[in-house]
Every structure is written in structure tokens, then in C-alpha cells.
Design a binder for this molecule. Structure first.
Ligand code: ADP
Ligand code: MG
Length: 798
């Protein structure tokens, strides 16, 4: 058992503005624990925060200042936890801090650069690397990804990929067994055999998380996400299996309700989030106080799920993410205060080992066979399942002569074969019963007589009967075990065939594999719940879904999408990543070529060495001289060249492997960015379409077209008075009653602007007569007009 308090770390997010310096300082001179001092600016100190205290000091295991890289964070915080998980202990890393302080950046990583990948991808990489190195044990890895929003759990690894809101995802509920173990019903577990498969699952979960989030419902700041790596390992031939779970948790923003101060839907969300974080705080307070008998884990789903991580069987680490800017001072202080309490909690992690009944039976069967063989050596006869008729007859004859023998010292010799001993007793019993029926009194008299004469025999009989009973029991147990096994195998066969047909519904199993309790109670449920997501399968299906969206687009919409894409802030990132990806591809290609070259070089060198060797031998034979004892210089040279090439080969191979991971990661980042773009476009488009419908044939020409969101140009524009947020209405343009006057008007108003937008003129977009497509075209035209108009204003304004 390992007793340890929860480890706390602080990470300070880089500030945008330099003027924020002087708000905090990190004191690492002390040999003990480093200190983070938050210094209140005078205006705040005098005001609402506190009565005149000017600085606060907080101790952390380690404090990572603004410059700390993702690599440093992984090495210092996550790697030790990953190591203990590999050793068989449960681990948890959770990030806590206000929205925007860098929780997601720390746990998952940034969406732009490969070097920005966070704890999850790095830990996966590390774990798979270690597992690959350790060939002495058999491992299996499963992944689950849970989102908790408004006290409801959702399975982010829903393989249907149809979620367009959180509610579309399978709902996960909590079950508690009589031993108070928590089980998550409906949370799917996916086997991941390689790092790549695991990364794909992370990507799938993040994509579902993103898709499920609409601008109205920024779930990510109000929900908790728990990415779990389930590891099982066992030594070959052993019946003991080790299970360990690693939870990587991105908590909801910790900002206080008072500050949100909103109503309606948002209030519900704020209330829930703050409720669940409030319950987390209560659990932590209860745990940090000595002699508290009741810990209120059950008050919220998140504390129930993380029960083991908080004061239980787990090695837990907290990362306090801080955005140390003046306006965030009070939130930062409250994050640090929370961390100080968390640091008081003691956990007791134990190795999670259990005996797998299936493996135990196999072992016992083997043992029985060995004992049988051993027995055969002693008795000189091979044991079969049952005695043959001839043997039985022989035994019965022996019994008869034994009973007939008047010598009180006579013995019934049947050897050590338990089957024969059993049969003798059965037969004797039968004889006794038969006699009872025919002449009860005589028999009893006789027995009584015998009893008096030979009290020792009764004792012996009793002993033998006990042995017999014991053996009988043993045999019964083994027979039952075998029967159960057989039945289980049949069940599994049956289930797997059922699974294939109704895969989806089988998800509602209460116990995930890898959970000791689950395995103990429902050993056959494991194969049912695991769903193999082949990397290729779902990526292509995501892709299909994306292209499907594009195929459905009408011409106008497609064109609008092109502009939207071009002007979107993320397009720069996508382009950048595309370039990096291209570069990496050509690097990988070149490396692949070099590797192939080296490989053939190695082959050639080997051949040369063999030839040289043979030459030397042949020379020795033909000249009839013994092999020279001096080493052959040429051969040695060839050998050292070979070693050199082998080293080169290995280095390049490792490099290529790393490149492959990077390429895969970059592709995932790009896919994600593209999907985000598409999603934002869809949202914008739908909004436009509804506003078009709502604003029926109306007064003026130009419509209610909002600017494309996040456009760098527009962001610049919004800083100008005409286009700041409150003035949006000033630009709102009403739709025209029909397409024709509209296009006329377009032609007349924007001839001079046409050159600034290289796209096809609106009038060349054919009207199809299909109302859906036409309204698409209309929306597009209006969108473009809105862009043009803004451009016009900007140019004239500037
Ligand atoms: P949270 O999840 O706590 O709400 P995010 O992780 O989304 O916060 O971070 C908010 C923004 O700050 C993101 O754009 C993120 O990329 C950026 N960010 C956070 N931490 C860092 C960091 N250490 N270095 C660079 N950028 C960061
Ligand atoms: Mg976040």
C-alpha cells in the first residue's frame, strides 16, 4: 500500500499584456516547498477583496511559471503518475481553475501546434512505449471518455458519430453495488492496442465534445470531462490480473456564481456547475478534517465518479491553473486556497490484483492432470474416468470373499484408487440395505454384535467415510466448475452472435471490464461491452459525414462556405498545419528512402562478410594451412561498417516512428479544425436562413446578414465605432422581396466593389426554381453584399 497526500502543482498561464507583471512572485529559493506569492495591487487591496492584506502566500509541490513547456509539465507532473499506473496503482490528474486559465490546454493540449499537445496524448505515448518495452507481461488497454454536464453523464466515445447536441449522446448513469462500488452504466470502453488507436479515440471524444457544443451552450466551460485509460496486465501462466485506471480530468471552470450573475438557462448551468464544484469542495473539506465519518461523495455525479481519487485507492495529483491578471486576482486566490485544502487529503493506493476464475480453472485442470499422471506412476495403471465392468466385477468378488472371511483380521485390499474405494463402500451399503429389507432385525443384531466386538472398525469406517465425503466434495466442486466453464463458453458464443446483431443496445451493461467488482460479479459481461473501434472505420465515417455535408450543399452555399473559410481566423492555422504536414510528409518520405537504402546496404555488407569469410576458409583449405589466428582486417572493417549502418538504421527508424506520430496528430488537429469551421459555418448559415424567413418581404433591400464570425478583418472592423457590437443593427440589411430586384440592386450598388472580391458575380449564380436552393443563393448573395458593404465602409472610413 502507498500512502500519499494529493500532490498539488500550480501552472501560470502566459499573460498577453506585459503590464501585468508584479502581481505575483515565485519563491523557489527555499529548499523545501516553493511558494507562490500573489500580491494585491493597492486599489484592489483597499477595496472589496480583503481588508488591507496585501499579499498571499501559497505552497505547492512545484510551480510552473509562464514559460513552462508542455513537455516540462508532462515530465514533472504526469510521468510519475503514469509510472505508478504502469505498476498497477490507480492514478488521477485533475486540472482546476477558472475558465480560460489553461485547463484544457494542460490536459488535452492546444489545437494548433504538435508541440502544444497536452498531458493526455503525451501520457498515451509514454504508456504505449513502456508497454512495448515490457514483453514479460500481457497487457490490455481500454479507453473511456465521459462528459458530465448539468449532473448528467454523456459517453463521448459514442461510435455512431451522430451527435449534434449533448443530448444525442448516450446518457451515462451511476450504479452502486452492495459493496458501495460505483459502476458507470452506458459508458463504453474501447480497446486500444496502439498509441494511434488511443489517439483516435481521444480525437473522436473531443470532436463529439465540440460538435455537441453550440454557441448557446458553451458546455466546455461548464462541464467536466474525464478521459480514462484502463490498464490490465498479467504474467503469462498466472491467474492473477492487475487492473489500474488513470483518470485525466478537465474540470469545469471554477469561477464563482456571484460573478456570472446571469439568468434563465445560464443560471441553471451556472448553478449546476457551481453546485458540483461546490460538492467537490465539500468532499475535500470533509476529507481534510480529521475524524469526519461521513464524506458526501453521493451529492454529485462528479464526486461519485472520482470517489476513489479523493481520499481513496488512488494516487492523485491536482494542477491549479492560474491566469494571473489583475482582473482575475480573486479567482486565482480562491483556486490557490482550494489547492491548499486538497493538499491535506491522504490517499491510500493499493495494488488492484484479483484472481481470474477462468484462469484459475485452467490452472486447476492442469494440476489435476499432473496429479493423475503422478498417481499413474505410483499405481502403475493409467486412470480413466470410470472403472470398467471387469474391474467392478472383480471388486464385488473381493467384497464377497471379504465378507465371507471369518478371520477378524482379514482386510479388503483394493489399492489406492479412490474410485475403487468408493465403489466398495457403495457396494457394501447396497448389500446392507438389501439385507435390511429382507431381515431387519437379524441384521441389526448382527451389527450390534459386531459393534461390541470391534469398536475400532467403526472408527476406521468413520474416518474413511470422512475422507470419502471430502473427496466427493472435491469432485463435485471440480465438476461444477467445469460445467460452469462450458456454459460460459456457450454463453459467450451466443452473446457474440447476438452482439453482432444488436451491438448498440448491448452498451447498457452495468460493469465495465477492468473493474475488479465488475469482473467478479459478471465475468461474461466484459466481451459484450468492449467495442473495437477500428481507427480506419470511424475516421473514414467522420470524413464521410463531412463530405456528405458538402455534397448536400447547394452552389450558393458552397461558394459562401469558400468565403467563410477564407476569412475565418482558423484558416491560417489550417494552412500553417497543412504546410507543416507537407513538410513532415516529405521528411518522412526522404527518411523512408534513406532507411531502405541503409537496409540494402546492411544486406550487402552482410553478404560481403559471408563471402570474405568463405574466401578465407577456402584459402585455408586449398593451401592446407590452418585458419590464421590473426583477425582478418578486411572482415573487421566490414563488420564495423555493418554496426555503424545498423546504428544509423535504428536512429532513423526511431525518428520515422516519431514522425509518424506527429503526422497522425497533425492530421487529427486539422480534421478537428476543419470540422469546427464547418460547424461554425452551418450555425451561421442556419441563423441567416431563419432571419431571412422571419423578415418576410420587407421594406428595404439589404438584409439581416451578420458578418461571418471570427473573421480577422471583421475583428479589426469591430474596433471601429461604426462596427462595434452595439452598432450591429446599424448594418443590418433587410431582405428584398424577390431575387430579381435584389440582384439588380446588387449590380447597381456595388459595381465599384466587385474588384475587391474576386468571386463570381452574384448574378451569375443560376436560380434553380427549387425554393431551398434559391433561398441558399439568396442568403449567399446577401452575405456577400454584407461583406462588400462593410469593405466599402472600411475603405471609405479609412
Ligand atoms: P480553460 O480550459 O481553463 O477554460 P483553455 O485551456 O481553453 O482554458 O485556455 C484558454 C486559452 O489560453 C486557449 O486559447 C489556450 O490555447 C491558451 N493557453 C492556455 N494555457 C496556455 C499556455 N500555457 N501557453 C499558451 N497558451 C495557453
Ligand atoms: Mg476548457
Amino acid at each position: 500500500m502507498v500512502k500519499q497526500t494529493i500532490q498539488i502543482f500550480a501552472r501560470v498561464k502566459p499573460t498577453v499584456r506585459k503590464q501585468q507583471q508584479g502581481i505575483y512572485s515565485i519563491d523557489e529559493d527555499e529548499k523545501l516547498t516553493p511558494n507562490l506569492e500573489i500580491i494585491l495591487p493597492r486599489d484592489l487591496a483597499d477595496g472589496f477583496v480583503n481588508n488591507k492584506r496585501e499579499s498571499y502566500k501559497f505552497k505547492f509541490q512545484k510551480i510552473f511559471d509562464q514559460g513552462a513547456s508542455q513537455e516540462t509539465i508532462f515530465e514533472n507532473i504526469a510521468k510519475p503518475v503514469a509510472e505508478s499506473v504502469l505498476a498497477g496503482y490507480n492514478g488521477t490528474i485533475f486540472a482546476y481553475g477558472q475558465t480560460g486559465s489553461g485547463k484544457t490546454f494542460t490536459i488535452t493540449g492546444g489545437a494548433e501546434r504538435y508541440s502544444d499537445r497536452g498531458i493526455i496524448p503525451r501520457t498515451l505515448s509514454y504508456i504505449f512505449e513502456q508497454l512495448q518495452k515490457d514483453s514479460s507481461t500481457i497487457h490490455t488497454t481500454h479507453i473511456s471518455y465521459l462528459e458530465i454536464y448539468n449532473e448528467c453523464g454523456y459517453d463521448l466515445l459514442d461510435p455512431r458519430h451522430e451527435a449534434s447536441s449533448l443530448e444525442d449522446l448516450p446518457k451515462v448513469t451511476i450504479l452502486e453495488d452492495p459493496d458501495q462500488n460505483i459502476h458507470l452504466k452506458n459508458l463504453s470502453l474501447h480497446q486500444a492496442a496502439t498509441e494511434e488507436e488511443a489517439l483516435n479515440l481521444l480525437f473522436l471524444g473531443d470532436t463529439n465534445r465540440m460538435i455537441a457544443e453550440t454557441p448557446m451552450n458553451q458546455a466546455s466551460t461548464r462541464s467536466h470531462c474525464i478521459f480514462t485509460i484502463h490498464l490490465s496486465s498479467k504474467e503469462p501462466g498466472s491467474a492473477t490480473v492487475r487492473h489500474a485506471k488513470l483518470h485525466l480530468v478537465d474540470l469545469a471552470g471554477s469561477e464563482r456564481v456571484a460573478k456570472t450573475g446571469v439568468g434563465g438557462q445560464l443560471l441553471t448551468e451556472a448553478k449546476y456547475i457551481n453546485l458540483s464544484l461546490h460538492y467537490l469542495e465539500q468532499v475535500i473539506i470533509a476529507l481534510s478534517e480529521k475524524h469526519r465519518a461521513h464524506i458526501p461523495y453521493r451529492n454529485s455525479m462528479m464526486t461519485s465518479v472520482l470517489r476513489d481519487s479523493l481520499g481513496g485507492n488512488c494516487m492523485t495529483t491536482m494542477i491549479a491553473t492560474l491566469s494571473l491578471e489583475k482582473r482575475n486576482i480573486d479567482e486565482s486566490i480562491s483556486t490557490c486556497r482550494f489547492a491548499q485544502r486538497v493538499a491535506l487529503i491522504k490517499n491510500e493506493a493499493v495494488l488492484n490484483e484479483e484472481i481470474d476464475p477462468r484462469l484459475m480453472i485452467i490452472r486447476l485442470q492442469k494440476e489435476i492432470q499432473e496429479l493423475k499422471d503422478e498417481l499413474a506412476i505410483f499405481t502403475g495403471e493409467q486412470r480413466t474416468e470410470a472403472l470398467s465392468d471387469a474391474e467392478l466385477l472383480q471388486l464385488e468378488k473381493l467384497i464377497t470373499s471379504f465378507l465371507d472371511d471369518q478371520d477378524p483380521e482379514s482386510r479388503l485390499e483394493v489399492g489406492t484408487d479412490m474410485r475403487k474405494i468408493h465403489h466398495c463402500f457403495h457396494h457394501l451399503k447396497k448389500l446392507l440395505n438389501d439385507k435390511k429389507i429382507h431381515g431387519k432385525s437379524t441384521v441389526s443384531c448382527e451389527i450390534k454384535d459386531q459393534d461390541c466386538q470391534e469398536p475400532l472398525k467403526e472408527e476406521e469406517y468413520k474416518k474413511l467415510r470422512d475422507i470419502l465425503q471430502q473427496r466427493d466434495n472435491e469432485i463435485n466442486i471440480l465438476v461444477n466448475m467445469l460445467k460452469k466453464e462450458k456454459k460460459k463458453a456457450q454463453d459467450a458464443l451466443h452473446l457474440s452472435s447476438m452482439d453482432r446483431s444488436e451491438c448498440r443496445h448491448s452498451q447498457s451493461l452495468p460493469f465495465p471490464p477492468g473493474n475488479p467488482e465488475g469482473l467478479r460479479t459478471l465475468p461474461s459481461s466484459a466481451p459484450k461491452q468492449i467495442q473495437d473501434v477500428s481507427t480506419f472505420g470511424y475516421r473514414s465515417s467522420l470524413l464521410h459525414r463531412k463530405t456528405g455535408m458538402r455534397e448536400e450543399m447547394s452552389l450558393g452555399r458552397q461558394e459562401a462556405f469558400e468565403i467563410f473559410k477564407r476569412d475565418h481566423a482558423d484558416s491560417v492555422t489550417i494552412e500553417d498545419n497543412k504546410q507543416i504536414l507537407k513538410q513532415r510528409f516529405s521528411e518522412a518520405k526522404a527518411l523512408g528512402e534513406s532507411i531502405n537504402e541503409t537496409r540494402s546496404k546492411i544486406g550487402r555488407l552482410k553478404e560481403e562478410i559471408t563471402q570474405r569469410h568463405m574466401q578465407q576458409v577456402a584459402l585455408g583449405v586449398s593451401e592446407n594451412i590452418a585458419m590464421p589466428s590473426m583477425p582478418d582486417l578486411l572482415e573487421e572493417k566490414l563488420r564495423s561498417q555493418l554496426e555503424e549502418e545498423k546504428r544509423r538504421y535504428k536512429t532513423m527508424f526511431t525518428h520515422l516512428k516519431a514522425l509518424k506520430v506527429e503526422i497522425e496528430h497533425l492530421q487529427l488537429l486539422m480534421d478537428k479544425a476543419k470540422m469546427k469551421l464547418q460547424k461554425e459555418f452551418e450555425a451561421w448559415w442556419t441563423e441567416e436562413a431563419t432571419s431571412l424567413q422571419v423578415n418576410s418581404p420587407a421594406v428595404n433591400s439589404l438584409s439581416h446578414v451578420k458578418p461571418f464570425p471570427q473573421t480577422p478583418e471583421f475583428q479589426q472592423e469591430t474596433s471601429q465605432p461604426l462596427f462595434n457590437k452595439s452598432n450591429v443593427n446599424a448594418r443590418k440589411i433587410l431582405p428584398s422581396p424577390s431575387p430579381i430586384p435584389h440582384s439588380q440592386e446588387h449590380n447597381s450598388t456595388s459595381a465599384s466593389l466587385e474588384s475587391s472580391v474576386p468571386e463570381r458575380p452574384a448574378s451569375s449564380v443560376p436560380l434553380t426554381g427549387d425554393s431551398q436552393t434559391d433561398s441558399d443563393i439568396l442568403a449567399f448573395i446577401k452575405a456577400r453584399q454584407s461583406i462588400l458593404q462593410k469593405k466599402c465602409v472600411t475603405t471609405t472610413g479609412a
